[in-house]
Write a protein that binds this ligand. Structure first.
Ligand SMILES: Nc1ncnc2c1ncn2[C@@H]1O[C@H](COP(=O)(O)OP(=O)(O)O)[C@@H](O)[C@H]1O
Ligand SMILES: [Mg+2]
Length: 228
């Protein structure tokens, strides 16, 4: 579902943000991407979302290769991959419902279908009763739920989450984590970047990929474990 092969990412001013990174995440897997600030987590997610291209090496996501996917085609991949962020990135001055409906409109959902779909997505993230509230009236955890509902509008196969609990307290973080686990149980492939080791430790069964200064230094799913 996601495969990185010898990926190098160089920024003109900063040198190598990623240095020979290779890993593979199968359909339906859940993995944490950990590492200090600046270790390359966001860069990795951006490459997987094809918001940026590797300097060398290859990224393949849902059958789309970074070597062959043109800017004109990248929207096809984006439909398969949802991305949520630490800072939610919601439309201000709009309600939870409007934020989700807008994402549906972009995907070409018909007016008639839109209301039902938006309500269903908000129900899926446990926010039905707050659908009509402005996003600034919602708590951080609720705003993150809206952003997840919006990411689900495309019916993606993969969910990328970049420090989704970075602005949340522990209780809200756990709530978001349980929501991701729920989605994963229903078949969603999830890759979640976080530097919150306490959160990672609370879920010992979830695979850990650790970056350090742009190198993949640890994968809890060792080759031996993979064969078992
Ligand atoms: N657009 C950019 N231009 C230049 N350097 C960048 C850019 N984005 C990230 N970097 C650099 O790449 C490295 C990895 O950053 P990032 O992927 O954001 O790490 P993390 O998400 O783990 O904190 C850092 O040294 C950062 O300064
Ligand atoms: Mg980051």
């Amino acid at each position: 579902m996601i495969q990185l092969s010898h990926v190098i990412k160089e920024y003109p001013t900063r040198g190598r943000a990623l240095n020979d990174v290779s890993f593979r995440i199968r359909k339906g897997e859940f993995a944490f991407l950990t590492g200090h600030s600046g270790s390359g987590k966001s860069t990795t997610l951006r490459l997987i979302h094809m918001a940026d291209t590797p300097s060398s090496g290859e990224v393949v996501v849902c059958g789309f290769s970074s070597e062959r996917t043109t800017q004109r085609e990248v929207w096809k991949l984006r439909r398969r991959v949802g991305h949520v962020f630490q800072d939610f990135r919601l439309l201000p001055g709009r309600t939870a419902f409007e934020n989700v409906a807008f994402a549906l409109e972009v995907t070409g959902t018909s007016r008639g279908e839109m209301g039902n779909r938006a309500n269903r997505l908000l129900a899926q993230v446990g926010l039905s009763v707050k659908a009509g509230m402005q996003v600034h009236e919602l708590s951080g955890g609720e705003q993150q739920r809206v952003s997840i509902a919006r990411a689900l509008a495309n019916d993606p196969l993969v969910l990328l989450a970049d420090e989704p609990s970075g602005n949340l307290d522990e209780r809200a973080s756990r709530g978001i984590m349980e929501l991701f686990l729920d989605l994963n149980t229903q078949g969603m492939t999830v890759l979640m970047a976080t530097h919150d080791l306490e959160l990672v430790r609370a879920y010992p069964d979830i695979r850990i990929l650790e970056l350090d200064e742009g190198r993949l230094v640890y994968d809890s799913k060792t080759p031996e474990a993979r064969e078992a």
